[in-house]
Design a binder for this molecule. Structure first.
Ligand SMILES: Cc1cc2nc3c(=O)[nH]c(=O)nc-3n(C[C@H](O)[C@H](O)[C@H](O)COP(=O)(O)OP(=O)(O)OC[C@H]3O[C@@H](n4cnc5c(N)ncnc54)[C@H](O)[C@@H]3O)c2cc1C
Length: 457
């Protein structure tokens, strides 16, 4: 790459003003970070939430990824702060709940604009200090204790200090920079799941689209797929593109999961290139659909996601690693903080757009009516007593990550770790030393569904 070198320079040490001091510092305001912050603040902690983007919500709001999965296809098994946010959104008509048991998981489609407000209000009501427009920078580490982070504010470099730090950055940036070991991608080549730019459309003649027979929809998308195979159109996720039109009425005309690119999301140069390419793809798909899909002649791009949708990057080591066997075998754990239901849903790391979601057969799904436990230990490293890692960067294998990365599961982790953080501070113990039955009792009291928990060994 032109301009890149292997040279180094010394940066002079300096004295940095301490800007904020709190009990719990949550770095990253996606669904996992918001729930962690709310859970800790409701238990009396002084919590600061740092978010590098202008608003909270992460992929769910700024990435326009607006679907929640909460059931084992027989019953809802994810509640707590997920249900509370859903209820708040429902009061304004910002959420639609689809249930088609036993064929599908109960899915909530929400308005990303609405969810942004729901989460900000939850944070405000809980008394969390939310600081947006500011990225957590270098971690401050003393004897394997994270004492806070440095931030480059508009006024200059500042330190934020905390008794407990929760890394909810998605990429595990804080934990990795502090020196906690991590892994990334497939075991054989380190490649991560494909990324996707979500977008929505306007200017569609909805009645005309609704009248298009399914066979015609499939003909159009077959032709689109043929052009993609010939290289005249970029690759796309065939199944999701068909779904977008077959089940027309996706809230806000959101088209998601169709626009794949592949590469390393931790390389900003590459990410910039991939993001620019994804924007080109969207225009190419739209040109095709305008010409070929009835009712789409005047369609325009309404919105593209604020950022390219990254599904997978670092997975930060911790005491318990979630594996595909635990997921698919619906394993139960004495350190459970909630349940997970989603399948092993891997979007092709080569960027073809294929996802195991649409594979025939049941090998990648949990059995009907079963769920696995999300263990607290996947968020806590035994050697880092005051660090929690929540959301898609928590410790799992590449395959298990493809299940536990979904938003409701990340929120289960967030609520569990936020609650454990508050109990640890109240008891003057590390998070790993919190009594699990007491933690689980508190979580149940806060609405979390927690069944079949084995007794601690
Ligand atoms: C295209 C796509 C489709 C998906 N489909 C679904 C689906 O159908 N259902 C589902 O449930 N899930 C889906 N997912 C997965 C899901 O959206 C994510 O895995 C989930 O949102 C992860 O939550 P998180 O809170 O861990 O991370 P994120 O939502 O990524 O949030 C992390 C936050 O941390 C912030 N941040 C990062 N670094 C810093 C820093 N240094 N300082 C401060 N802030 C920082 C980011 O700006 C971001 O706001 C999809 C993902 C993608 C990309």
């Amino acid at each position: 790459m032109p301009g890149q070198t292997s040279a180094t320079i010394d940066v002079p040490s300096c004295r940095v003003p301490v800007w904020l001091r709190c009990d719990v510092l949550v770095c990253g305001g996606g669904c996992a970070g918001v729930t962690a912050a709310v859970a800790a603040a409701r238990r009396g902690c002084r919590v600061t939430l740092l978010e590098r983007w202008p608003t909270v919500g992460g992929m769910a709001t700024n990435g326009l990824v607006n679907a929640w999965h909460r059931s084992d296809r027989e019953k809802v098994v994810i509640n707590g702060l997920v249900e509370e946010a859903a209820e708040r959104a429902a009061r304004h008509g910002w959420i639609r709940r689809d249930r088609n048991f036993p064929h599908a998981h109960e899915t909530h489609w929400f308005d990303p604009e609405g969810m942004r407000l729901v989460w900000q209000r939850l944070l405000d009501d809980a008394g969390v200090t939310t600081v947006c427009h500011l990225a957590a920078g270098e971690p401050l580490v003393t004897d394997r204790r994270l004492v806070g982070v440095l931030c480059d504010t508009a006024q200059g470099r500042r330190a934020l200090l905390a008794d407990i730090v929760i890394d909810a950055t998605g990429d595990g940036t804080v934990a990795a920079k502090a020196g906690v070991p991590w892994q990334m991608g497939r075991a054989d080549d380190g490649r991560v799941q494909g990324m996707t730019l979500t977008f929505s459309l306007r200017g569609i003649d909805e009645d005309a689209v609704a009248r298009v027979p399914h066979e015609k929809v499939h003909q159009v998308i077959d032709a689109m797929a043929e052009q993609a195979r010939d290289g005249r159109l970029p690759p796309f996720n065939d199944g999701n593109m068909r779904g977008s039109f077959t089940y027309w009425g996706a809230p806000n005309h959101m088209i998601w999961n169709v626009c794949p690119v592949a590469g390393n999301p931790l390389d900003e140069l590459e990410l910039s290139r991939l993001n620019a390419r994804a924007h080109e793809y969207v225009v190419q798909y739209l040109d095709f659909l305008r010409t070929h899909m009835p009712g789409m002649a005047h369609a325009e791009i309404n919105q593209t996601a604020f950022a390219l949708g990254v599904r997978e990057s670092r997975r930060i080591e911790a005491g318990t690693q979630l594996t595909a066997n635990m997921v698919l075998g619906a394993a139960k754990s004495a350190e459970a903080v909630g349940h997970g239901v989603w399948m092993v849903d891997i979007h092709d790391p080569e960027g073809s757009g294929h996802t195991t979601f649409s594979d025939p057969g049941e090998h990648h799904r949990l059995r009907l009516g079963t769920s696995y436990h999300i263990p607290l230990g996947m968020c806590l490293h035994p050697d880092w007593p005051n660090l929690g890692v929540v959301g898609r960067c928590a410790w799992s294998t590449h395959q298990a990550h493809a299940s536990v990365r979904v938003q409701t599961h990340c929120m289960v982790m967030g609520q569990g770790v936020g609650t454990a953080a508050a109990m640890a501070l109240a008891g003057g113990v590390p998070m790993r030393a919190v009594q699990l039955p007491l933690l689980q009792q508190e979580l149940r009291r806060d609405g979390v569904y927690l069944e079949d928990v084995p007794k601690p060994a």
